[in-house]
Design a protein around this ligand. Structure first.
Ligand code: S3P
Length: 432
């Protein structure tokens, strides 16, 4: 198990180009697989999570050229072109991979089994299994279908449209149901309590699918063909950029330009929260790529102050809360994070794991059922931190280490590769 050693930085500087967006990468290869022809994908994330999704697509009988590189060509065979996999599909650590593929498989006229690693097999699946059963798929799993492995006999032509009003704002649930809804006879509608990331809606439109959005309600009519558009250009992942943004916010002397980052408003909660904390962040050269807004992000060091993070910003910053809690650890005052109970069912229980790791550095943290209270200080102590098998915990503590008094060690840091291959190299390039 690899250790990552981080020394204090004298300033995070220069320009960085970060790997492709994870959410958009998963969707690009899945949607291209059921499009009527070839799609080229540029900027595909070569992290373990998205590679597992691309391998699953291959196991469903679709040719994917270039696997392992960021340039893929997917030879889509249309809505009914997938075939029964010969073996179990292993999605590794990825909740997005498992839940979106379960939705796609719920509409197929064949049998499949989905599994994942020890962490993914503990994450809640009832949130997709129950509505997908209502749509006509037969799904079994451990604990009555609450946990993977999941065995799915899809509804095929008998897939039924539903009107679903979910209790949590979840793009994974929404996307699973919309994918199954593509196979249904009629209109499938998903309503969320607040808006989660809308990459599925945007990519459906990009592939020519008529999808209706009214506030937090999304509807799609079944049996629509996906028309390939040639090329999907994937921007850098704002969730990966968040680590570099916070690094520049907490290390005095920093001035960093992060190129070509996706700035979809359903993902920019991290910018809103850091700005509310007084950070110096500017979006430059705004443009659009494959239906997604993109910009360069410039961040310069400025002392942060505490804030409250709750309500509608939570789903727009859900994956960035661990690194935002690092920003809070350096801010003046006590930051309160609420309404974020979903963090407890991510790759780790991110409330418990962040509270435990930050406490090792001397930060005063109080765990709440749905968040944390964090009192900032000027410098943290270097510590020996654990990843808890969670890429974002490992990277968050590495960023904290840049502004610590002495050396920080992150144990079991190889998990970082699930979402951010090259993290260590890029960090060393800009922080030293
Ligand atoms: C994702 C949705 C979010 C997020 C995850 C990626 C997606 O999960 O935490 O990392 O690509 O749809 P939920 O939809 O479960 O909140």
């Amino acid at each position: 198990m690899s250790d990552l050693v981080i020394k204090p930085s004298g300033g995070v500087k220069g320009e960085v180009v970060l790997p492709g967006d994870k959410s958009i990468s998963h969707r690009s290869v899945l949607f291209a697989s059921i499009a009527d022809g070839d799609t080229t994908i540029n900027g595909f994330l070569t992290g373990e999570d998205t590679l597992n999704t691309a391998r699953a697509v291959q196991s469903l009988g679709i040719t994917v050229d270039g696997l392992g590189s960021s340039h893929l060509v997917v030879r889509g065979k249309g809505l009914d072109g997938l075939s029964e996999p010969a073996s179990v599909l292993d999605l590794g650590n990825s909740g997005t991979g498992m839940r979106l593929i379960a939705g796609l498989l719920a509409g197929q006229d064949f049998f499949s089994i989905l599994t994942g690693d020890q962490y993914l097999r503990k994450r809640p699946m009832a949130r997709i299994v129950e509505p997908l059963r209502m749509m006509g798929a037969a799904i079994e799993g451990r604990s009555g279908g609450r946990l993977a492995p999941l065995a799915i006999r899809g509804g095929g032509r008998r897939t039924k449209a539903i009107d679903f009003n979910g209790p949590v704002a979840s793009a994974q649930v929404k996307s699973a149901l919309l994918l199954a809804g593509l196979y249904a006879d009629g209109v499938t509608t998903v309503q969320e309590p607040s808006k989660s990331r809308d990459h599925t809606e945007r990519m459906f439109s990009f592939f020519g699918v008529d999808i209706r959005v009214e506030g937090t309600k999304v509807s799609v009519k079944g049996r629509q063909a996906l028309r390939p558009k040639g090329v999907v250009e994937i921007p850098a992942d704002i969730s990966s950029a968040a680590f570099f943004m916070v690094a520049a916010c907490i290390v005095p002397g920093s001035d960093l330009l992060i190129r070509n980052v996706g700035v979809n408003p359903t993902r920019t909660g991290v910018i809103d929260v850091l700005s509310a904390m007084g950070a110096d962040i500017a979006l430059e050269s705004r443009r659009e790529q494959a239906g997604e807004p993109v910009a360069d992000i410039r961040v310069r060091y400025r002392k942060l102050r505490a804030t409250e993070v709750s309500g509608e910003v939570i789903p727009r910053a859900i994956d960035e809360i661990p690194v935002l809690s690092v920003a809070a650890a350096f801010a003046e005052g006590t930051t309160v994070i609420r309404d974020a109970a979903e963090l407890r069912v991510k790759e780790s229980d991110r409330i418990a794991t962040m509270a435990a790791e930050l406490a090792k550095t001397g930060v005063l943290v109080r765990e709440l059922p749905d968040g944390m209270e964090i009192t900032g200080r000027d410098r943290l102590k270097g510590a020996v931190c654990e990843s808890h098998g969670d890429h974002r915990i490992a990277m968050s503590m590495a960023i904290a280490g840049l502004a610590a008094d002495n050396e920080t060690v992150i144990r079991d840091a190889a998990w970082i590769d699930t979402s951010f291959p090259g993290f260590e190299r890029l960090l060393r390039q800009s922080a030293y």
